[in-house]
Ligand binder design. Structure first.
Ligand code: ATP
Length: 438
């Protein structure tokens, strides 16, 4: 089983490189550890993960609005949030081989997992994970700025701006997708833990007495999001944090965990943060971050439920969950059984041959479909090979334009998972796909 899992991990890394999903960053200079570039297929898939999240969290709801806050911020924000003091991991060094580890991730806290020697690890030191820089030309303490290690604080410090301008009342949420940066001690497992990554976070502000109810609601809602987007129920679950795992701001947290090749690990945390953040920023900024409930003539500080997911990590989980190999006519077919909303391309248009009149017709079909869906166009190699290439990147449908098309104005549509084919008039394609790709 373990062997099978690590095999899957290698297959995903290879597929990612071979098909332009994820590349090692600065590869021509030997690579820059723990940073990755998303290639032509990866950028589509990552964008689809983020769009699917935004659709569920913002577009389809009346109680959540969006925000895009800055990445650079002054120390005051991180002083108030508690990150300057407590956003640390326990760092240990091995005196034998020099390797560095996060003590809280070691199976045996006395043994170095790199060289295997016992009793040579130093006492843990708190290592702050925030990237520090300087804004402007003068490099002094007054110019210190930080790259955000989470997007959440942008939502808290804009609480009043957003609440007043959107005229929302609790319960309501602010959602944001964007890059975050953490100087991780032990990045690794491909894009699972990197120093630069993307998050999808939502802060949901509620009356204190309703917090528990909303926490339960969001845990269920977020677990269902992964399943509704095609993830196997056997590969995702909710897990409650133990007391010693809880962050400094949280009194209860559940994680959505995914069955990665190395075991169950976190995709998303759904934390009950109480009024910690709004209180901290009120006290440090001197601005009251509260809500005045006119109906009950009551002023209060809302409590917060936060579903915080990683976009890049989630994309990797979708790749692993969707990866299948099967025997077809004595050959191995690799297929990504991705939900159509996550699949990089929805449709591939494939002319049977490179004859100019077939190309012309195919371009016509492509232009028609591409105005509504992300489509690929491929005219190289034999048709069977092209189907396999599309299966491997999870394209749900292939449309083949053949010589009969020139006579009957119809095309063959092949479905990825069943490999079944149907013949459809070109003029019916848009309606047919609209029913299946919404
Ligand atoms: P961990 O315990 O794995 O370090 P965390 O509990 O500190 O993560 P959160 O602060 O809850 O993570 O961040 C929310 C989400 O952001 C995580 O569930 C994960 O999906 C994503 N995330 C956090 N750190 C990283 C990272 N270094 N690389 C990629 N994604 C990350």
């Amino acid at each position: 089983m373990a062997e099978k899992s690590s095999e899957l991990f290698d297959k995903i890394v290879n597929l990612s490189k071979r098909r332009g999903i994820v590349f090692q960053s600065a590869e021509i200079y030997g690579g820059f550890r723990s940073t990755y570039d998303y290639g032509p297929i990866g950028v589509l898939m990552l964008r689809n993960v983020k769009d699917a999240w935004w659709r569920s969290m913002v577009q389809l709801r009346t109680d959540v609005v969006g925000l895009d806050a800055s990445i650079l911020s002054p120390p005051a924000v991180w002083e108030a949030s508690g990150h300057l003091a407590t956003f640390t991991d326990p760092l240990v060094d091995c005196k034998n081989c020099g390797a560095r580890h996060r003590e809280d991730k070691l199976d045996d806290p006395t043994q170095c997992p790199t060289c295997g020697v016992k009793g040579e690890l130093t006492e843990p030191r708190d290592f702050n994970l925030m990237f520090k820089t300087h804004a402007g030309p003068v490099v002094d303490e007054g110019a210190v700025a930080y790259l955000r290690p989470e997007t959440a604080q942008g939502m808290f410090i804009n609480f009043s701006n957003v609440q007043v301008t959107s005229r929302k009342k609790p319960p309501f949420g602010i959602a944001q997708i964007g890059k975050s940066f953490r100087n991780e001690i032990t990045p690794g497992n491909f894009v699972f833990r990197t120093r630069e990554f993307e998050q999808m976070e939502m802060e949901f502000f509620v009356a204190p007495e309703e917090a528990e109810k909303w926490h339960e609601y969001w845990c269920q809602e977020r677990l269902n999001w992964y399943i509704d987007h095609g993830m196997s129920k056997d590969n995702v679950c909710l897990r409650e944090h133990t007391q010693d795992e809880l962050s400094h701001y949280s009194s209860a947290t559940y994680d959505v965990d995914f069955k990665f090749p190395w075991g169950w690990d976190e995709l998303e945390g759904i934390a009950y943060r109480g009024d910690y953040d709004l209180t901290q920023h009120s006290e440090h900024s001197g601005k009251p971050l509260e809500y005045f409930d006119q109906v009950n003539n009551k002023r209060y500080r809302p409590h917060v439920i936060e579903p915080a997911a990683g976009a890049t990590r989630t994309m990797m989980a979708f790749l692993m969950d969707a990866y299948h190999e099967e025997e077809v006519n004595g050959e191995t077919r690799t297929v990504l059984r991705l939900h159509h909303r996550i699949a990089p391309y929805k449709i591939a248009v494939l002319p049977l041959s490179k004859k100019p009149d077939l190309q012309g017709k195919s371009q016509e079909v492509f232009t028609k479909l591409a105005s509504q869906w992300m489509c690929d166009y491929d005219e190289t190699q034999a048709i069977g090979k092209r189907y396999r290439r599309q299966d491997e990147i999870g394209t749900p449908y292939c449309v083949t334009v053949d010589f009969d098309t020139l006579e009957d104005n119809a095309v063959t549509v092949r479905e990825r998972d069943t490999m079944e084919q149907v013949r459809l008039p070109i003029e019916e394609l848009a309606t047919w796909f609209a029913e299946r790709l919404s």
